[in-house]
Design a protein around this ligand. Structure first.
Ligand SMILES: [Zn+2]
Length: 212
């Protein structure tokens, strides 16, 4: 079966029989692909299909032997990373480590452990995906909406406007931080800050970043 995966540089790669192909050119009736390995470049031809469709109907017209073995492990990893990215897109507020663990847990029955990526190898790519989806940090208090459980104190009182004035500068700093350490302090807003990696999502900007 042939299918598409997101490539490392934004384009799509074609996966077929555990080999990975880059698009070479499109003609009126076919798409020409080549093995992604420079030392191989074995050609493959597919039908002309809708590359942006969710589940395109891909047919392989012609394929040849490669001068190397199939790349099952590499492809399994790419599939898993793609699933992690999709999952982050569904809900970017979750910490990436949690998304990573969830995807690997779900895949555990079908993918051998040695074919799964280590967290440190996918961390920065997942971080980039997550950051690209986060709302922009608000510049003024008028841009701030505090939602859900964070809009009220534990006693159920709504947070006073003046108490909202801390997030803007705080969030600008927090987004740049690699590691956050926190202690409890008087303000009930920070009562949940033992989950620092989720903090930037607590306050959203009214002018959300346009989807891209
Ligand atoms: Zn090849």
């Amino acid at each position: 079966m042939a299918y598409l995966l997101a490539g490392d540089k934004g384009g799509k790669v074609l996966i077929y029989n555990n080999f990975r192909y880059q698009k070479n050119k499109k003609t009126a009736a076919k798409i020409h692909w080549r093995c992604w390995r420079k030392e191989c470049r074995t050609p493959l031809q597919s039908n002309l299909f809708a590359e942006n469709e969710e589940d395109p109907n891909i047919q392989i017209i012609q394929s040849e032997d490669h001068n190397h073995g199939g790349e099952k492990e590499l492809i399994s990893r790419s599939v898993l990373v793609q699933r992690m990215r999709d999952s982050i897109r569904t809900d970017p507020t979750r910490p990436i480590k949690r998304v990573y663990n969830e995807v690997l847990t779900q895949a555990a029955r079908n993918v051998p452990v040695e074919d799964t990526p280590e967290f440190r190898n996918v961390q920065s790519a997942l971080k980039r995906t997550r950051l690209s989806l986060m709302p922009e940090i608000p510049d003024t208090i008028n841009d701030v909406d505090i939602n859900g459980e964070w809009a009220t104190t534990w006693a159920g009182q709504s947070v006073e406007t003046r108490a909202k004035s801390w997030p803007c500068t705080f969030l600008h700093k927090i987004q740049k931080s690699e590691t956050l350490y926190s202690e409890g302090h008087g303000d009930s807003l920070s009562a949940g800050s033992n989950r620092p990696s989720e903090l930037p999502s607590l306050v959203s900007c009214k002018t959300d970043k346009k989807a891209h």
